[in-house]
Design a protein around this ligand. Structure first.
Ligand code: PLP
Length: 377
């Protein structure tokens, strides 16, 4: 198999699975329980919290575990608006956020909030200036992702945070950093971001565990889940200790020689780009700076067919969220690409495990696909 879909999810290293198994079978206590097995689970949770938090340069008490990136985004958005309820009902976001941001905002629009969607340019980029131009006195929330999951574009979150401060805006800043974590610089505390979302399964951890960074200056954040008061009352529900341990182990492993790993991924991306561009008609759709995502198009060859055809040969790539039932994704649509280009968009995404042999297999399969199919007009 040639797995080239690391932006969708990542393989789990053996050490992560082993660590989870140890916790599942041997350290299975409930962290709220008052006997040693429970206290051991509570200690484990706090150690893991510190490990994950250290990867974004903050203390454990700024990080709350959630069930996934989607929950973190939903919670961040709802709680920021509750916090800013006296500021107003205006929200600024981008038209290219993940559906885990766009869908909760759609629901909020039905509840009377007004949402401004910033459009990207034709390469998928957004500028901080667009955010500042849209800012109003009643803006309660700005939500901008760190790395776009389809194009790999890195958005200027630090500059946005600085600009909001300079303008003395009362809006809270949320950032969906699910695709940026351990791929590009990410430092919510010094940047002055209020809320930042993470997910383990994009960095070699298990699915079903995420985290939300909460700036220590934010007091009385309103929970999304109410109940037994776990996570200092911020997120009720018995802690998923095995998932948490897997998250921490994955982060620990990923951080070992991280710059070498990222340089490798970057080199693989450059090699893949160069090689695929030799295929007649192939285009680079974006120049996204994230090292792990490459967004290309083979105009005239619908991406759904490419993905299925390659999948049958054991080559896993994605049409992104890029092609839902034959329709171009909201990201590609927002970029305003010509129809044939939009229909042919594929996302190839890499990890530390990716080799040149994977790229060679992809290249050969794409050439064969082109040779064996008639192009769409
Ligand atoms: N945000 C972005 C940018 C993503 O790419 C994803 C996952 O694809 C999510 C949020 C959702 O994360 P999770 O799968 O942990 O809910």
């Amino acid at each position: 198999m040639h797995y080239l879909d690391h932006a969708a999810t990542t393989p789990i290293p053996r050490a992560v699975a082993d660590r989870m198994y140890e916790v599942l079978t041997g350290q299975f206590g409930n962290p709220s329980a008052q006997y040693p097995l429970g206290r051991q689970a509570a200690t484990l949770t706090e150690e893991c919290r510190s490990t994950v938090a250290a990867a974004i340069g903050c203390k454990g008490d700024s990080l709350v575990f959630t069930s996934c990136g989607t929950e973190s985004n939903n919670w961040a958005i709802r709680s920021a608006l509750w916090h800013g309820r006296h500021t107003g009902k205006h929200i600024i976001t981008t038209a290219v956020e993940h559906s885990a941001v766009l869908e909760p905002l759609k629901a909020l629009a039905q509840e009377g909030y007004e949402v401004t969607y910033l459009k990207p340019d034709s390469r998928g980029n957004i500028t901080a200036g667009q955010v500042f131009d849209a800012l109003r006195d009643d803006t309660a929330l700005v939500s901008v992702m760190l790395v776009n999951n389809e194009t790999g574009c890195v958005f200027p979150v630090e500059e946005i945070a600085r600009g909001l401060r300079q303008r003395k805006s009362r809006a809270l800043l949320h950032c969906d950093a699910v695709q940026g974590f351990l791929k590009v610089p990410c430092a919510p505390n010094p940047w002055g971001v209020d809320l930042m979302s993470f997910s383990a399964h994009k960095v070699g951890g298990p699915k079903g565990i995420g985290a939300l960074y909460v700036n220590p200056s934010l007091r009385n954040l309103r929970p999304l889940l109410f109940g037994g008061g776990q996570e200092r009352g911020l997120r009720s529900g018995t802690e998923a200790t095995a998932q948490i341990a897997g998250f921490a182990k994955a982060v620990e492993l990923r951080r070992e020689n991280l710059s070498e790993k990222l340089a490798h991924v970057d080199a693989i991306k450059a090699c893949c780009l160069e090689k695929l561009l030799t295929i007649p008609g192939m285009e680079a759709v974006s120049d996204g700076a994230a090292p792990h995502i490459l967004c290309m198009s083979l105009p005239g060859y619908p991406s759904a067919n490419i993905v299925t055809d390659l999948g049958e040969q054991g080559i896993c790539i994605s049409a992104g969220s890029a092609c839902h039932k034959g329709k171009a994704s909201h990201v590609i649509t927002a970029m305003g690409l010509p129809k044939r280009t939009a229909a042919g968009v594929i996302r190839i995404s890499f990890g530390p495990e990716t080799t040149e042999a994977d790229i060679d297999a992809l290249y050969e399969a794409l050439k064969a696909h082109q040779a064996n199919r008639f192009p769409m007009l």
